[in-house]
Every structure is written in C-alpha cells, then in structure tokens.
Design a protein around this ligand. Structure first.
Ligand code: ZN
Length: 278
C-alpha cells in the first residue's frame, strides 16, 4: 500500500471516528475538533474520539481475522497471509492458528456438493413432505425447512456455510426418531442418513478417517473390514460398526440407518444395494 493510500485511509478513519463522536454525544453535524466550543465540551469530544478510535481498532482486528480465514479458504498459505499482514509466516500462524488445509477442505466440500447437492435437496424435500408436522421432531424439521429456503436464497459462492448447517440439521432429522411405517417415507429418511454419512466422510480429511481403523464389524466373529456405522433407536449405546455384507443385511430391518461412513462414497452404495437399487 502506498503512502498516499495510507494517508487516505487515515483520513477516512478519522472521519468515521468523528461521526461516531457526534452520534455518541448527540452533537450538531458541524461539531468537531475545530469547532468553537468551550474547553469542557472539546475535552469530552476528544475523550469520545479516543473511545471510538479504539473501538474501530477492535473491529478492524476482528475483520482482519475473518479476512485471514477467508483468504486461507481460497487457497492462501501462511507465507502469503504473513506477507499481506506484514509479519513472518510464524507470526501469522501464532496470530491466526488453524488456517492450514482450509483450502483443501473447501475444495472437498465444493466437490461433494457439486456432485450430490441436487440429490440432497430432493431427498430433504421428500423427508419433509412425508413427515408429520405434529411429530416430536417438528422443531428439527422446521430448522431443516429453513435451511432449504436459505440454500435457495444464497448465492453459490456463499452456499457452503449454509450447506454445513443443513448437514447438521439433516443428520439430526435422519437419525433422531423411529422410521415412518410407510415404505417410501422410510426410504427417504434412510437415504438422507446415508447421504449425510457420505458427505461427512467425503469432507473430512483422510487423517480423521483412519482413526477408525481399529474398529471391527459388530457381528460376532466377522473379520471383514467395517465400512459404515449403523444406528437403531433401540441400540441405546450409540452406533455399531458393520462390514458391507452385514450392513446390507441389517438394513433389511425397519429403523436401521447408516449414520457414518468410514470411507468416502460407501454409504450410498451400501444403501442402494440394501434397497435393491444398486
Ligand atoms: Zn461383518
């Protein structure tokens, strides 16, 4: 930034501060540091200016942190962020930790939503249509309906945050209660659970998935690799891991749903095979 640009910024910040002073003290539009006012009034104005300038600095700090986060999501690494902030790479990392890898995460999310976004929205619509408004899940259903509206009203560039929230609500709806008795409605709910499981598996980094390697299939004496976690309202103790074969077998029972995938792109294919759609 050139010296002239810095000077312009300082002038703009000064004007902003004095606008805030006039609002704080309820002064006339022409009141300011050069006005012909008693010393006591000018003293009060300068004290208010001090308060407002420090508030502007705090706001700028918050906005800077937000800008660093966004820059990282769009691919900036710590050397680039440090360079823009006038500090070293290590300094930038200390000031704004946790920004590495955000670009990769954003890319994984974009890829998944580009591929499955339409299917996800259709599936949520089907679940909402089939659900009783009076059910105990009504608040969650209302939240999910609100997310759908938000997705439609948000520009594609801003949609990732809304999708993140929609996934949280979809997961809660998909696993929160027994399945509807009607088969089409039950299928929609099961599909939403599988879609959500696949979304999380695709969006998480590889390192957070390999932690699951020590899990075994929940069926006794089965040595096959578990690839999904299943949930049933009666399990009580949380999800149970299952290999492909035993997952497909279990999904034949009512109320069993896939709630997590141990690898990307397995939940939907297991679901499809279990429902004879593979
Ligand atoms: Zn098994």
């Amino acid at each position: 930034m050139s010296d002239a640009q810095c000077a312009d910024l300082t002038t703009a910040v000064e004007q902003l501060a004095w606008t805030a002073v006039r609002e704080m003290l309820q002064l006339q539009p022409d009141a300011g540091p050069g006005s012909d006012a008693p010393d006591a009034d000018l003293r009060q104005m300068w004290l208010a200016a001090l308060t407002s300038l420090l508030a502007i600095r705090d706001s700028a700090d918050q906005l800077a942190a937000s800008a660093a986060l966004s820059a990282a999501q769009y691919g900036a690494d710590y050397p680039a962020i440090g360079d823009a902030a006038g500090m070293t790479r290590q300094g930038a990392r200390r000031k704004w930790p946790g920004l590495a890898g955000l670009s990769d995460e954003r890319q994984r999310k974009l890829t998944w939503w580009n591929r499955r976004g339409d299917q996800f929205v259709q599936c949520v619509r089907a679940v909402l249509m089939a659900s009783e408004e009076t059910s105990e899940q009504a608040p969650r259903l209302a939240a999910l309906r609100g997310r759908l509206d938000e997705i439609e009203q948000t520009s594609p560039a801003q949609r990732l945050d809304v999708f993140d929230m929609a996934l949280v609500d979809a997961h809660a709806v998909a696993v929160g209660a027994p399945s509807p008795a009607e088969r089409t409605a039950a299928r929609a709910k099961g599909l939403l659970a599988a879609l959500t499981a696949d979304a999380y598996a695709a969006m998480n980094s590889h390192s957070s998935l390999v932690i699951r390697e020590d899990l075994a299939c929940g069926t006794d004496d089965c040595a096959s690799e578990p690839i999904v976690e299943l949930w049933h309202p009666d399990f009580g103790h949380g999800p149970v891991s299952a290999c492909r074969e035993h997952a497909i077998e279990a999904l034949g029972q009512p109320d069993i749903r896939i709630v997590a995938a141990c690898r990307p792109d397995v939940a939907l294919s297991v679901f499809a095979e279990a429902y004879g759609e593979g």
